[in-house]
Design a protein around this ligand. Structure first.
Ligand SMILES: *Cc1c(COP(=O)(O)O)cnc(C)c1O
Length: 720
């Protein structure tokens, strides 16, 4: 194994007494530990904010004076010593969960994903799939599950959204400053870029640079083709996430699967199981087969060996979510590869054919389903739907016996639970509750929190959200480049005392962002009620090439700035992790109304629910498992198809629900100013959601169903 060193790890400007801040900044553990975040904030609040909560950048920019002052500040040093103690303890405490019978020499799980949502200072994500991956890594780290992960650095940058004067989405990209983030460049011993050579592609090897992100105890390696030794076309491969250029996309997926495997092999990370988060990395399965063939197996034997050590998690019933590449394109780039697997052209293409539509092209989901020995969907319902969709792969089996299991998604509680909420729970749940937060018994203590205390905290979080949105609008106004109606549409007139619904998600048509506008007269009556008004916050981006999604945003934005809506509708620009945090903490209820059964699971509603923001949703995804009649609301016929009658009926049910249940509960007058019946829903929401829809519960299920096979067996038996 070639040796390498990590860049970024020394901060020569840090005084010895607080030298540990450097290591802390380089491990994302800080991002889900409020005490560590507070420590950075204590150093210099303004600089912390200006760095966009990026400790690496902030530490590099702080003046010697500020740092020297910190070394003389007893209060700061006390916090510093505590955080460093907790950090060291976290990194070194190997076995957190005795219920796992981990073999000490077990090989780690290798996790492959095209995107990771970890923190807003690391924009390598597009949406839900990325956050699921990020939360999965954090949880594996917390649980002490050995894991190594692979993904991409997208140097082209992150797509930011603004709404222009005409009410249309415009995108601008923001480059990632790779050398000022909580990531480290891998360098050779003489300080040059450490590269991994990826052979096979069109006979021309490609070099990728490698970055490391430390996610607690889990190492995540990001590949980057944008390095000086590469030609322009190679540099462009990893430019952008989910490009619609089919060649570029195929090359990305070859690099993610095959290149990612080469990176792990080069760095000496042998693994016991391959876990694919969605089909983008399915070529990693082939690369494992190639290794087995190289060691002397034939294709059939290699395939069998691979099956025992592979897990494919499929995420979407939406057809556009499944990549299909033209056969001749696959041939162009991979014709040198299939002989290494012991296959000819047809044998190779066969692996990617959809049984019902074999000429459509090389289907990455079909490839992943054929070669992975374990497959799971991401909710109970999604399991059912996926078995139906792919029954054709197992024509001899009854649909119910199609070997596709499910593990319902969950969210990383320390990341998504608002820190003040966490402090409140600390007071009532007893010491150490956070370590056993998937135990429903702990959450019964929610009953001991006085209604008024929970309500006041929620109200404060709503104020924070409204202030944040208005400040964003003010910043735009200050540029002098927007007109008043635009600013009105962005939330200037929001009122924190009003019942507030939140709707934040990608603007894909099946999510029906405009459902609530179906009957405008009825909606206007509801939101403009002088005594009991309602306001609705929208946020979300549309894929740059999704014209329908753009129209949907336009439609919602035009409503938001329509004076007849009274400023009660707002569209907030640039939905990202940070805005997402504010919204799931601060709105009163979380609205979800996709066309069933298109939402495989959904996770934003879980984030909201565990913060006391009840879910109001049609029956789909995780809500089919989460709803218990007391912890939120359900509406809609559950009807599929696309008839406008369905939208009309679903919208009517939503209006009924608002008028007859939610509004009266929220505005219920009480002498102490606390709407006790509403708080009842908040408490039920927290206590039913937090333990079950946490990534703690989710990862333990992955462990029991899949990972344990290899992790409890020791390395000599792994992978055959
Ligand atoms: C959680 C999250 C998502 C995914 O939520 P869905 O409910 O699956 O739409 C997308 N974007 C951000 C910023 C998130 O935090």
């Amino acid at each position: 194994m070639p040796s390498y060193q990590l860049s970024n790890n020394d901060f020569p400007n840090l005084p010895t007494r607080i030298k540990g801040l450097g290591g802390l900044a380089e491990n994302l553990w800080w991002s889900w530990n409020p005490q560590a975040r507070t420590l950075f904030k204590m150093l210099d609040r303004q600089a912390w904010k200006e760095s966009n909560h990026n400790p690496d950048l902030m530490l590099k920019q702080l003046s010697a004076g500020v740092l020297a002052r910190a070394t003389r500040d007893d209060n700061f040093l006390r916090h510093y010593d505590l955080v460093m103690y907790l950090f060291e303890k976290y990194l070194n405490e190997r076995v957190l969960y005795p219920e796992f019978e981990l073999q000490p020499d077990a090989l780690p799980i290798a996790y492959f994903s095209a995107e990771y949502g970890l923190h807003h200072s690391l924009p390598f994500y597009a949406g839900g799939l990325g956050f699921l991956a990020g939360d999965h890594l954090k949880e594996c780290s917390d649980l002490g599950i050995p894991m190594v992960a692979v993904g991409f650095m997208y140097p082209g940058g992150y797509l930011n959204q603004v709404i222009n004067r005409d009410g249309w989405q415009e995108n601008f990209t923001q480059k990632v400053d790779k050398d000022a983030a909580s990531i480290s460049r891998l360098l050779t011993d003489n300080g040059e870029q450490f590269c991994v050579r990826v052979p096979y592609i069109n006979h021309t090897p490609v070099e990728v640079g490698v970055w490391k992100v430390s996610v607690g105890r889990v190492g995540l390696y990001l590949m980057d083709t944008d390095i000086v030794s590469n030609s322009d076309w190679v540099r462009a491969i990893s430019q952008r996430l989910y490009t619609s250029n089919v060649t570029q996309r195929l090359l990305q997926e070859i690099l993610l699967g095959i290149g990612g495997s080469r990176v792990l092999a080069t760095l000496g990370h042998d693994f016991g199981m391959l876990h694919l988060n969605e089909g983008h990395a399915a070529f990693a399965l082939l690369e494992k087969i190639r290794e087995f063939v190289e060691q002397g197996a034939d294709f059939a034997q290699a395939r069998k060996q691979l099956a025992a050590m592979s897990l494919f998690t499929t995420h979407t019933p939406v057809p556009a979510g499944h990549d299909i590449f033209p056969f001749d394109l696959v041939e162009k780039y991979l014709e040198g590869y299939w002989p290494l697997l012991g296959l000819d052209r047809e044998g190779f293409m066969e692996l990617g054919r959809h049984p019902d539509n074999p000429e459509a092209g090389f289907n990455m989901t079909a490839l992943a389903l054929r070669l992975s020995g374990n497959v799971n969907a991401v909710s109970q319902k999604h399991g059912e739907v996926t078995r139906g969709m792919w029954h054709c792969m197992w024509p001899d089996k009854a649909e119910a016996d199609v070997p596709i299991d499910y593990v319902t998604n969950g969210v990383h509680l320390p990341t998504w639970l608002e820190p003040k909420m966490r402090l409140l729970f600390n007071r009532y749940f007893g010491e150490g509750w956070i370590n056993v937060h998937d135990n429903p018994a702990i959450w019964q203590f929610i009953e001991e929190i006085p209604d008024s205390e929970l309500w006041q905290l929620h109200y404060w979080l709503k104020l924070k959200l409204v202030n944040y949105i208005r400040q964003k609008a003010r910043d735009r106004w200050d540029t002098g480049e927007v007109d008043p109606s635009q600013i009105m549409g962005m939330g200037t007139l929001l009122d924190p005392s009003v019942l507030t619904l939140g709707f934040a998600r990608r603007f894909a048509t099946y999510k029906r962002a405009d459902l609530i506008f179906h009957d405008l007269d009825r909606l206007k009556k509801i939101i403009n009620d002088p005594w009991r008004p309602v306001q609705i916050l929208f946020a979300g981006k549309s894929h740059p090439e999704d014209a329908k999604g753009h129209e949907l945003i336009h439609r919602v934005f035009e409503f938001a700035r329509d004076p007849q809506m009274g400023g009660r509708i707002a569209f907030v620009e640039n939905y990202n992790e940070q805005l997402g945090q504010y919204m799931v903490h601060g709105v009163d209820a979380w609205l979800n109304n996709p066309v069933p059964p298109m939402e495989a699971s959904g996770t934003s509603g879980m984030k909201a629910a565990l913060n006391g923001v009840p879910h109001v949703s049609i029956p789909d995804g995780w809500w089919l498992e989460g709803y218990n009649k007391n912890n939120g609301w359900q509406f809609g016929s559950g009807r599929k198809g696309s008839d406008s009658g369905r939208d009309r009926d679903d919208a009517a049910q939503l209006y009924d629900l608002l008028e007859q249940e939610m509004i009266p509960l929220y505005y219920e007058a009480a002498e102490d100013g606390t709407p006790h019946s509403w708080v009842r829903y908040m408490k039920e929401s927290i206590k039913s959601t937090a333990p079950h829809f946490s990534s703690r519960r989710m990862v333990k299920e992955y462990y029991r169903k899949f990972y344990a096979q290899v992790l409890e067996r020791g390395s000599e038996n792994c992978g055959g």
